[in-house]
Design a protein around this ligand. Structure first.
Ligand SMILES: Cc1ncc(COP(=O)(O)O)c(C=O)c1O
Length: 387
């Protein structure tokens, strides 16, 4: 049975593209609509009642994000931006290179950290090291040199969910070596956020649209990182006073520290919707069968002749190629049956195309909206196509 939260989805629509964007549950859509219909006001500068309501709800979301990750507001703050890519770039483009000797990332990163680390290394004339992740997604600490490194890594891959299972040990090792670590948690927040709890990275970036909320980027930043940030992306909403050639940053006051990464007017409705999504997610995961359904689909694929999965371990996201069927044609064929899946290299060109030499892949990524009927239909259609 489909949850009421996704009642708008037709019975014949099988959405399996949650790694890109999860579907939005009704309570989240309602929260967003309520903002636009009932108190569509700017935050942080408005004295009328609508604006005060926005301020309370936005502050509430900032707190909920930290609680969700079990991080203390004494040490961390939440800023909002456009998406994960913006979050990572806002940090890397404004990070003082003094004290950084090298940039370290890994082979299974999304282009978002992959390209921004290339740009950082080029800009500052530094070496960049691409570590090979272990088959289970962890980093072998015996092979990793984090000496004064800027490290940017994901905690789950968007190819097949491979997890940085030793994330806590990696963060400790980077700090011990005098480095800075920025976590790309885009694929972790919806279904694997437990691995991020109390993870004391310097920053954690993710996208609300991949965790059942409206389109929005989230940055959870350690306050101490600000000592190494040279702000250049700047404008309204960030300053308390301005003279002809000087300004006073609002972030100087502890209660407005988050403004440091929030130039200009923010996506107030989307921020408020994220607060609702976190509440919804905490309830939904208590009764969700997403892990069980994912395992089922993964083991079905494993049993099919001609199918090559990219990893042995099941996850809510899985990718494969077929010996005889082009992935793009397969995705189009599935679409004619109402099954929505992705094909290609999923913004991981280096690893999938150039390191592994895979042909384009097909990716299924499940969410809390999926049902037994969805998986049965996918299996039925795939079996018919493969045989
Ligand atoms: C692991 C990972 N990192 C970063 C991103 C980029 O996210 P966004 O496009 O929301 O910036 C994605 C998007 O799929 C992702 O899966």
């Amino acid at each position: 049975m489909r949850s009421d939260s996704f009642g708008y989805l037709g019975d014949d629509e099988v959405y399996l593209d949650c790694a890109c964007q999860t579907l939005r549950p009704e309570p989240v859509i309602k929260a967003l609509n309520e903002y636009y219909r009932e108190y569509n006001s700017c935050g942080e500068r408005v004295k009328y009642a609508w604006g005060k309501k926005v301020d309370t709800a936005v502050e509430d979301t900032r707190d909920k994000v930290l609680k969700f990750l079990k991080l203390s507001p004494r040490d961390y703050f939440t800023s909002f931006t456009l998406n994960t890519t913006y979050g990572i770039n806002l940090i890397l483009n404004q990070l003082d290179p003094a004290g950084i000797k090298q940039v370290v990332t890994t082979d299974i990163e999304h282009n978002s950290p992959f390209l921004s680390t290339i740009a950082f290394a080029r800009r500052h004339g530094m070496p960049r090291v691409v570590l090979e992740r272990e088959p289970d997604g962890s980093i072998n600490l015996a092979n990793a040199d984090f000496d004064h490194a800027l490290v940017v890594v994901n905690t789950n891959s968007n190819i097949d969910g491979r997890a940085l299972g030793n994330a806590h040990a990696v963060v400790k090792a980077v700090h011990k070596a005098g480095g800075i670590i920025v976590i790309d948690a885009a694929q972790s927040m919806a279904h694997y956020h437990k691995n991020l709890e109390k993870l004391e990275a310097d920053a954690i970036c993710f996208s609300a649209h991949k965790m059942y909320s409206a389109s929005l980027g989230v940055m959870v930043v350690c306050k101490s990182l600000l000592e190494r940030i040279n702000i250049t992306f700047i404008g309204g909403g960030m300053v308390d006073d301005v003279t002809e050639s000087e300004y006073v940053l609002s972030a100087n006051s502890p209660q407005h520290i988050y403004t440091i990464f929030e130039p200009g007017l923010q996506a107030w409705g989307e921020i408020i919707a994220l607060g609702e999504a976190i509440d919804w997610l905490e309830k939904a995961e208590k009764k969700s069968r997403v892990y069980e359904l994912s395992e089922r689909l993964h083991s079905f694929l494993k049993s099919q002749p001609g199918v090559h999965l990219t990893t042995e371990a099941p996850s809510t996201t899985m990718a494969f190629y077929h010996d005889k069927i082009d992935a793009h044609l397969l995705a189009e064929g599935l679409s004619t049956e109402g099954i929505m899946a992705r094909s290609g290299y999923f913004c991981c060109h280096h690893y999938l195309n150039h390191a592994m030499h895979y042909p384009p892949l097909l990716r299924f990524s499940l969410g809390h909206h999926n049902t037994d009927a969805d998986i049965e239909k996918a299996e039925r259609v795939l079996e018919r196509t493969f045989n």
